[in-house]
Each structure stands twice: as C-alpha cells, then as structure tokens.
Ligand binder design. Structure first.
Ligand SMILES: [Fe+2]
Ligand SMILES: [Fe+2]
Length: 175
C-alpha cells in the first residue's frame, strides 16, 4: 500500500498516517492485553475453586474448569496462531520468538490433557500449574509480541485482528 504510483505523499502526510495507524494499533493491543488480564483473573478463580473445593464441590469445580479450558483457553491459543502469531512470525525479529511461543501453546494443551486425565487432587495441581504457565505466557505476548507488532510499520494489527472470528473482533467492532 505504501508503493502506490501517482503523486507521492510528502513527509508530513506520511508522518501523520503513521501516527494515526499507531493510535489504532495501540488500541487493539490494549484490548488484547485487557482480555488477557480477564483470562488470568478467571483462570485464577476457577483453579483456586478446584484446589479449595470440599469433596462435595469437587465435581462441579472440575467441570467448570474443564469447560473453560475447552471453550476459552484452547480457542484463544488457536485464534492467536491464526492472527497475531501469524503476523509476528513473518517479521525477522519475530520468527524464532513465535516458534518458541507456539511450543508453549503445545505445552499448555499438554497440561490440559493431563488435567483431563487426572483424579481430583492431581487435577487441582495441574490446574494451578496451568494458571502459572498461562500467567507467564500471556505476559510475553503483552510485553514482547504486541509491542513488536504495534511498532512494525509493515503490520496492521487492526487488519490482523479483523481476520479473527472471536470476541476480539466484537471488542473493536464499534470503530
Ligand atoms: Fe498464547
Ligand atoms: Fe493470548
């Protein structure tokens, strides 16, 4: 888009375009970070509920956490791999980072499988391990991947997230 023929854009207009894009980019990044924070809070709550459950509460606490993994956590990872990870992997600075982050998704999914296969006490421990792992994982996305994308002039985070089909699209649908 920057290589259109025809009258060239002067430096001042280019600067304004970049500033305008940066604001929108920052807004999308902030929405993703806010969503991550909500996920951390919810995962903390659900895994603590299972850990602290009395025997009669265990079944429901386990079921609630299993449902959250299936409907929120795993789809979030898959959506990321199709959107932000996909875009960051195309940057020279992002390629190895994203290769490692995809392996963390594999690790998180492996822990979810172990949770699913475990008896209550072990499942509760796996739940807290998934909380700690995800807490660290999303921090890297917030602090490393998103700034990389926001600061890459060749990437439009607005466009990247426009390809997503989840809640994150709804979050900026009012623009
Ligand atoms: Fe992730
Ligand atoms: Fe994430």
């Amino acid at each position: 888009m920057r290589d259109q023929s025809g009258p060239s854009i002067n430096a001042t207009e280019t600067d304004l375009l970049v500033v305008h894009d940066q604001a929108a980019e920052g807004q999308i990044a902030h929405q993703i970070q806010t969503h991550h924070a909500a996920m951390v809070t919810e995962l903390d709550r659900l895994t603590a509920a299972l850990r602290d459950a009395t025997p009669s509460e265990q079944h429901e606490a386990h079921r609630n956490l299993a449902a959250w993994f299936e409907t929120v956590l795993v789809p979030h990872a898959d959506e990321e791999e199709a959107t932000t990870y996909h875009a960051a992997a195309e940057l020279v600075e992002g390629r190895l980072l994203i290769a490692a982050m995809v392996r963390e998704h594999t690790l998180i999914k492996r822990l979810v499988t172990l949770f699913d296969e475990s008896e209550p006490a072990a499942a509760a421990a796996y739940g807290r391990a998934i909380f700690e792992t995800f807490h660290s994982h999303q921090g890297k996305e917030n602090d490393v991947i998103l700034p990389l994308l926001v600061n890459a002039p060749q990437v439009s985070l607005v466009e990247v997230m426009g390809q997503a089909h989840g809640h994150q699209v709804e979050a900026h649908a009012h623009h």
